[in-house]
Design a protein around this ligand. Structure first.
Ligand code: NAD
Length: 321
């Protein structure tokens, strides 16, 4: 069994490798070769922590396993550790023996950024120039860095509920050599692509904040009750998702479904577009929306990629188990 510690991930995993792994596994999900198992998420009643498991099996990539982890809200203040903690466990699908244990914290950020980037590659207009960010926290910087590689963007605009965090976005834009401008929410109508990545429980982005032809990646809503965009915006858009079952229950689509504005049948797996079995965007004024809920197979895909890189570079630790 191989161990790849969290400290090694930054030196091994690239955005390009995460993108390829996530694109491939989305395709495998849509073709029926890969499936996610039901998610377990529990309040521990200890340290106010939320803990759970996201697992699955990819028969095409032969990746079996789970990510175990969650959110410990007091880690930073009490122990100087980050609040999100996760570890990926991989198993040999031929025997069931454990094959790898991999630090999952940075991988989670990279695989989440890869998901919105895959949606931009397949759904945004090729001539997209302005990218809008809603959210400026930890994940937002990863999202922006990855998205900037997908189109020839010449401007970043951003809004955040806590405006004092906007310099996080400005710094990423500056590193990429693209100008950044803080806007109010109606100013998002300048954007050709919008990524929302907040922990909000009520919508910020409204239907009339968005211009025809925009692609929106909703990445923050991953729990029942969370919401980043108005349900009417979801209803106005063509909606794509990583996993339909999660989109209707814990994703952004949960609200439009609950309000009777759309049905489950309106949701399209992004993997179908990757596989060419769905055309994706069909006109320049269509609004496309990706409901990225975050699936276990994404975690397994990037973890399997990083194990191979770690073995190649002799930084994986081998243990007899
Ligand atoms: P963070 O704590 O670093 O940042 C939170 C962001 O939400 C900040 O921009 C903050 O200003 C904003 N925010 C807080 N309260 C708000 C409110 N009431 N209205 C609008 N915005 C508000 O968190 P993070 O690590 O960047 O994660 C952001 C979100 O992404 C979380 O909800 C997290 O669960 C989710 N997430 C999703 C996936 C996925 O695969 N879809 C993966 C990882 C994280």
């Amino acid at each position: 069994m191989w161990i790849v510690p969290e400290r090694e991930i930054a030196g091994l995993m690239t955005r390009a490798a995460a993108f390829d792994a996530v694109e491939q596994v989305f395709a495998a999900m849509a073709s029926g070769d890969a499936c996610n198992f039901p998610v377990v998420r529990e309040a521990l009643g200890h340290e106010d922590a939320l803990y759970g498991f996201k697992g699955g099996f990819d028969r095409a990539g032969l990746t079996l396993g789970l990510k175990a982890g969650g959110y410990w809200p007091h880690n930073l203040e009490r122990r100087g550790l980050i609040n999100h903690q996760s570890t990926v466990f991989l198993f040999d699908p031929d025997t069931g023996k454990p094959s790898a244990m991999v630090g999952g914290n940075l991988l989670t950020a990279l695989r989440t950024a890869a998901a919105s980037s895959v949606s931009i590659k397949h759904l945004a207009r090729p001539d997209a120039k302005v990218i809008g960010m809603i959210g400026a926290g930890h994940q937002a910087t990863f999202q922006l860095r990855a998205a900037l590689e997908q189109r020839a963007f010449d401007k970043v605009i951003g809004w955040n509920y806590h405006p004092e965090m906007l310099p996080n976005l400005a710094q990423v834009a500056e590193e990429a050599g693209v100008p950044f401008e803080a806007v109010d929410l109606p100013g998002m109508d300048e954007a050709d692509v919008i990524i929302s990545i907040t922990s909000a429980f009520s919508p910020s982005l409204m239907a009339d904040h968005v211009s025809p032809g925009t692609h929106i990646a909703c990445m923050g809503t991953d729990t029942r009750g969370k919401q980043e965009v108005e349900a009417a915006l979801v209803a106005r858009a063509s909606v794509f998702t990583d996993e339909v079952a999660q989109s209707v229950s814990i994703g952004e689509a949960q609200h439009a479904i609950a309000e009777g504005l759309i049905t489950q049948a309106d949701l399209i797996q992004l993997g179908a577009v990757i596989n060419g079995t769905h055309p994706g965007r069909t006109s320049d004024d269509q609004i496309t929306l990706f409901d990225g809920t975050g699936v276990g197979l994404q975690d397994l895909a990037v973890a399997a990629a990083v194990v191979n890189l770690a073995i190649d570079r002799s930084v994986a630790i081998q243990v007899d188990f």
